[in-house]
Design a binder for this molecule. Structure first.
Ligand SMILES: [Zn+2]
Length: 1248
């Protein structure tokens, strides 16, 4: 126990028993969620942890004091004494705070560790885990993802990998990266290690994931399957029923309405039975009733919902709809106002309110509402919107959003600006203006709370407003939930937002007064009577007020505004504590998901005068060293530390909000966390030379794992000059430890990171460099080695006139020929918006965005051909119409479009048919026929034969092409794919799979426009994708050129004409749009160069980090290369040999581990052209040693890590071996560096 006895603040005065120290040494982030220190049962442990925290804090304080003393002693002289705080102190402090659920302090401490240990921080997996949990807790998703990915990369077999996968799955669900989400949730589910979240709940998340993607039938099936589980907890059962009920309500494909709605109601009622407290469920029930006209039942359900969950904007919006349908505009108005006060960005409520105003002839108010609605839908970031992991995405209410919102806005704008509409001047105002309604004190008839305050002031509100209570009065008046018609409160009030709960209430910016905090209520405050009078006056038609009444009204309004401003100021003053983020853990269900920036103003609690009579002395530590139970690592640690000089402390004592790892470091006004790769990666070496490094005498009393203590054989002992036997020898005994790295780089390499872009600032010209291009006159040119050299030298190159130089018959790939050859052949279709090539607009928000809509479907060549042809004919017709003067002038308000969407018409598209009508609200879509597979030699013989005319380096198959050595088909990479286009068809931005080069020939007749960024800048492009919350690897994105320029990223831009070949070099980022109607053919090649191989391996590792499948099996390929080719380039040789070495090691260790577990390894061999294997769980390539288990009647290959997660001792798995170890050893030893041979392909032979 910590006693306070005056002055002692020396850590040495805190004592702990060896048992306690042992216990503390075992605590870290991995116990988070398992060891609940705030549970009364753990009171003793909590006390101990608090004591340890105290100890560490005192230690830090003492070190700093010493430092300060020394600084003043020897100012101006370089100090040789040094005090350092072991960085591990910070990480331990972080763990303790985490376990104590003090997340801010935990984050602060972890950040201190990061600052001190930036280059090696990733070696401490418990640190990564703890930091990830804290980021996750604060909804700092991008940061959490980064840290968790590093953790899984460094330690795929991490004890809490399932917790990590679960959180990644939830984060990606929130950020709408559904593909990644599903993958991680399934990995969490497949892992049989203990998990804080029950498996049924993970299944629920998976089902919900399908729901949010609109995959209704799958979601329904999965929900129903889950409901069969006997052991479901009530809350989970309620969740499932609620979602299922809502599915029935929303989706036609689940049946006829007269069947669906009763099913929906039944499900929702079962949900309420399982969890009677869910306001959300009651709300949805109300929606169901409303949809079948059961107004009374709907009102009751809404009413109950309002009681259960205070402040739900959706509910108020729906209540408004109901009133509006019942022709009660006043009540509707108030309900909508309630909704938008609760959620200023509630688009539907704003839109409905606008409609309401318009219906009452109040155009100005309607206009304002529509603008707000529009803004609301813009503001709702992708993240916020559909997430509440449980709460169903709420569809718009029945009379919901005007689909022509923008049109209405334009219309009203035009008319308002051209003078008041006759209808406004003539008709009496029926409703309060928005401002009046907004600023109206919470109306008495809708808040009995208010009513109690104003009781006795008379009840002169109009009768219309009373209907709320009347309608809400449940039959029989049973629940006491409603307020009687007479206005006397009979039950709990409907929870309207109280001023305090609604700090964002006002539209107008505050006009700050002089701040002298008044202790009494200022004189301008309205008393209840005055408020009543104000309301009364405000509700009357201004024209009918007497002069006195008008004066009174103005005065009261003035006072009211002052009062509100004052209240706001008071709230602001009070509200400066950090946002409460407690109880907001995303897996806890109902809370909002937002990317908000944790504001880290709170440092670790460093008590200045904390007292204690406890201490750990040097003697204690020595005692500990001899304590048998403590692992020797402690001693090693301590000893190592005494001599260590590489650990230094940042002298900044104001730690926690300023270092680069801190989200606060980036002052992003949008309050969004940006993942700053730079900040994370390269904090570090820079130590100010003037900083004195102080040595500390304090050591940590408990054991901590050293960052480098994996216990593995140092990797430096392995090198590519060893023979295979030696390598196998060195592996002996290592596999049994179970820590088998699958990195192709090194056991100790940091996780891969995107490269920094070249630093030099580019000028305008350099930002738009000329595209390297070459014109071919004849066949000789095409076959000259210079052409290949030219291509390999540049990030991207256009070879013009290739087709005619080689006399290629491009007609073989024309739509006409394709239809004749294989009309029923499958075509993948992407439905996209028509856009100018250098812009990408989001039709919903009217903003330039990166995310590029591209929906997938399928058709046949014949049908696509028909579409392509009719699109062309329509265009000709439209051109004709245009010249004859008709067909345009459709738009009356382009220039006034506030959304900017119509600016797209400035683009110089060749007006394909779909683009003629300039309607901002329905951007035209087009269909892009993509990924047509031409691999089948029987179907496409003549086409494929024609391509043999190409020079070797560009051919689909050649000995000098790595991809020809894979030994099996990788569709679209070592086979030909065809693209069928209409103008505007887009291939979004990407690098090729595993950074291979690609060849693309335009068949014509139209052109294609290309954009390309050199590979050196891919990291910068990736960072921009992150900023735009879109997945770089599998997201569909179209870079905003301005963003690239601002980020100093150069872009090649050029036209590819019919017959031109585009060479995309390894790693080049590119995106393409068709200018005219055309077809293209494309495939990948892998020149046998060190650069190509290296980039492929780098991407292979990056994909691993990102949990993205590498479709080029680099392990398998490397072994085939070793068998098939003679390498004379020392660099390429070393790279391949290294990969062989790492896989050979991995195989030997895996075999040893499996045999150690008593698994019988069976030789299986490999079939000819057999595809490479990938893990059925994590999709990593599995080379040579396969762990097989039957799953849903299929034999599924697993990697060793996934197998162990299902069964620690590999029980139930069959282990197959594809190559004998001797064979691999032989290949390894035979792969040697050859003397240089004259440039020819004879050194290569293709696999037979
Ligand atoms: Zn796996």
């Amino acid at each position: 126990m910590i006693k306070t006895n005056g002055k002692a603040d020396d850590p040495e005065e805190i004592t702990m028993t060896p048992q306690e120290l042992q216990l503390l040494s075992e605590l870290d982030s991995r116990q988070c969620g398992y060891l609940l220190l705030n549970n009364p049962d753990n009171a003793k442990k909590k006390t101990l942890v608090l004591k340890a925290v105290k100890y560490l804090q005192l230690m830090v304080i003492q070190a700093r004091k010493q430092q300060k003393a020394q600084d003043t002693d020897v100012s101006n002289t370089k100090n040789t004494k040094s005090i350092s705080i072991d960085p591990k102190t910070w990480v331990k402090l972080g763990h303790f705070h985490l376990l104590l659920e003090e997340h801010r302090k935990a984050l602060s401490a972890y950040q201190m560790f990061y600052t001190a240990q930036a280059e090696n921080h990733w070696k401490d997996t418990a640190f990564l885990y703890g930091l990830g949990l804290v980021y996750y807790y604060f909804n700092a998703y991008q940061w959490a993802v980064k840290v968790f990915q590093q953790l899984l990369y460094v330690s795929p077999n991490f004890q809490r990998a399932n917790e990590v996968h679960l959180r990644l799955g939830l984060i990606f669900k929130v950020t709408q990266d559904y593909q990644s989400s599903l993958k991680h949730l399934q990995l969490a589910l497949a892992d049989n290690n203990p998990c804080t979240t029950e498996k049924d709940k993970i299944r629920f998340h998976i089902a919900h994931l399908f729901e949010v993607q609109g995959k209704v039938k799958i979601a329904k099936e999965k929900y129903e399957l889950l409901l069969r589980e006997k052991s479901l907890s009530n809350p989970l059962r309620a969740d499932i029923f609620r979602q299922l009920g809502w599915l029935y309500h929303c989706y036609d494909i689940l049946g006829e309405k007269h069947q669906r709605i009763p099913s929906a109601i039944s499900c929702l009622q079962q949900a309420i039975a399982a969890d009677p407290c869910s306001g959300q469920t009651l709300y949805l029930l109300g929606r169901c009733y409303a949809s079948i006209g059961k107004v009374h039942d709907a009102f009751i359900a809404y009413r109950n919902s309002v009681e259960k969950s205070e402040g739900n904007a959706d509910t108020w919006c729906s209540i408004g709809v109901l009133y509006q349908q019942q022709s009660q505009p006043m009540d509707a108005l108030q309900a909508y106002i309630c909704a938008v006060q609760l959620d200023k960005c509630h688009s539907a409520a704003w839109a409905n309110l606008g409609i309401l105003y318009e219906s009452c002839g109040q155009a100005r108010d309607a206009y304002a509402c529509y603008l707000n609605s529009n803004r609301g839908s813009n503001n709702r970031g992708t993240v916020e919107e559909n997430l509440a992991s449980k709460a169903p995405k709420t569809a718009l209410p029945a009379i919901g959003m005007n689909p022509h919102l923008t049109q209405r806005i334009n219309f009203l704008q035009t008319h308002l600006s051209s003078g008041p509409m006759p209808s406004i001047t003539n008709s009496r105002r029926q409703l309060l203006s928005i401002e009046e309604a907004w600023n109206l004190p919470i109306s008495a008839e809708m808040s009995s709370r208010q009513q109690q305050q104003t009781a006795g002031a008379g009840n002169n509100r109009n009768a219309n407003s009373q209907s709320f209570q009347k309608n809400y009065n449940p039959p029989g008046g049973g629940n006491g939930a409603a307020v009687g018609a007479a206005g006397a409160p009979q039950g709990p009030p409907p929870p309207y937002p109280s001023p305090a709960a609604c700090p964002t209430k006002r539209f107008k910016p505050e006009t700050p007064e002089k701040s002298s905090p008044p202790t009494t209520t200022p004189s301008f405050y309205l008393n209840p009577q005055q408020q009543q009078i104000l309301q009364c006056l405000q509700q009357q038609n201004p024209a009918t007020l007497t002069q006195t009444q008008q004066t009174t009204l103005q005065q009261l309004q003035q006072q009211y505004r002052l009062m509100q401003q004052h209240q706001q100021q008071m709230r602001n003053r009070q509200g400066q504590q950090p946002p409460s983020s407690q109880n907001q853990r995303p897996h806890n269900s109902n809370q909002q998901y937002k990317l908000h920036q944790p504001s880290l103003t709170v440092g670790p609690n460093m008590p200045g005068g904390g007292q204690s009579d406890l201490g750990v002395s040097e003697e204690d530590i020595k005692d500990l060293l001899s304590h048998k139970d403590l692992a020797t690592a402690l001693a090693e640690n301590l000893l190592k530390h005494f001599g260590s000089d590489d650990i230094k402390e940042e002298p900044s004592l104001d730690p926690l909000s300023t270092n680069e790892f801190s989200p606060n470091h980036h002052n992003d006004s949008d309050n969004k966390l940006e993942l700053d790769v730079k900040g994370v990666k390269s904090k570090s070496k820079s130590k100010s030379p003037t900083q004195d490094i102080l040595a500390v005498k304090n050591e940590l009393p408990w054991e901590m794992e050293s960052l480098n203590s994996s216990g593995k054989r140092p990797e430096s002992e392995f090198n590519i000059n060893m023979d295979a036997k030696m390598i196998i020898e060195l592996c002996r005994g290592e596999g049994n430890k179970g820590e088998i790295s699958n990195s192709l780089i090194s056991d100790h390499a940091p996780p891969p990171a995107a490269p920094e872009p070249p630093p030099q600032k580019l000028n305008q010209q350099q930002l738009l460099p000329p595209t390297p291009s070459v014109y071919l006159d004849n066949k000789k040119h095409a076959f000259s080695p210079q052409l290949q050299e030219f291509c390999l030298k540049h990030p991207i190159a256009v070879v013009r006139g290739l087709a005619s130089a080689l006399k290629l018959d491009l007609g073989l790939f024309s739509t006409k020929t394709l239809v004749e050859a294989n009309p029923d052949h499958s075509v993948e279709v992407r439905t996209q918006y028509q856009q100018p090539s250098d812009e990408n607009w989001d039709p919903q928000s009217g903003r330039k965005v990166w995310s590029c809509v591209s929906h997938r479907s399928h058709t046949t060549i014949a049908r696509y051909a028909q579409y392509q042809a009719s699109s062309f004919k329509d265009s000709l017709k439209a051109e004709g119409d245009k010249t004859s003067g008709s067909g345009y002038n459709l738009s009356d308000s382009d220039s006034k479009d506030s959304t900017g969407f119509q600016r797209r018409k400035k683009g110089s598209l060749p007006t394909p048919p779909s683009n003629n009508v300039k309607n901002a609200n329905s951007p035209k879509t087009l269909k892009f026929g993509t990924n047509v597979d031409l691999s089948d030699e029987r179907k496409w013989r003549s086409q494929l034969q024609e391509l043999m005319k190409l020079p070797a380096f560009a051919r689909v198959v050649s000995a000098g092409n790595m991809l020809s050595h894979v030994g099996h088909v990788i569709l679209g990479m070592n086979t030909v794919q065809l693209y069928m286009k209409v103008p505007g068809s887009r291939t979004p931005g990407h690098q090729e799979n595993n950074n291979f080069c690609s060849i693309n020939i335009n068949i014509g007749p139209g052109d294609c426009e290309w954009f390309a960024v050199p590979d050196a800048y891919w990291g910068a492009v990736c960072a921009l994708c992150d900023q735009n919350q879109i997945n770089y690897l599998h997201g569909s994105w179209w870079p905003v050129l301005d963003d690239l320029h601002k980020s100093n990223i150069p872009v090649y831009r050029f036209m590819q004409r019919p017959g031109d070949l585009v060479w995309v070099n390894a790693g080049c980022v590119h995106w393409v749009q068709a200018v005219g109607w055309c077809n293209n053919i494309a495939w990948n090649v892998g020149p046998l160069t060190a650069r190509q191989y290296n980039l492929a391996i780098e991407r292979y590792e990056w994909n691993k980090l990102q949990s993205y499948k590498s479709i080029v099996p680099m392990l398998h390929l490397s072994w085939n290369l070793a068998r098939n080719i003679k390498v004379s380039d020392p660099k390429l040789f070393a790279l391949i040999k290294k990969c062989l070495l790492r896989t050979l090691r991995q195989c030997a260790m895996t075999l040893e581990f499996a045999r150690g577990k008593g698994v019988d390894v069976k030789f299986h061999g490999r079939g000819k052209n057999e595809a490479s294997h990938y893990c059925g769980q994590c999709e990593i390539e599995v080379f040579n040693i396969l762990f097989i288990r039957e799953q849903e009647k299929r034999h599924v290959v697993h990697c060793m890590d996934c197998a162990r997660k299902q069964s620690a001792n590999l029980e139930g798995f069959v282990c197959l071996e594809e190559y004998k170890l001797e064979e691999l050893m032989d290949v390894y030893d035979s792969f040697v560096l050859h003397p240089a041979v004259p440039a020819s392909n004879e050194a290569y032979r293709l696999p037979s």
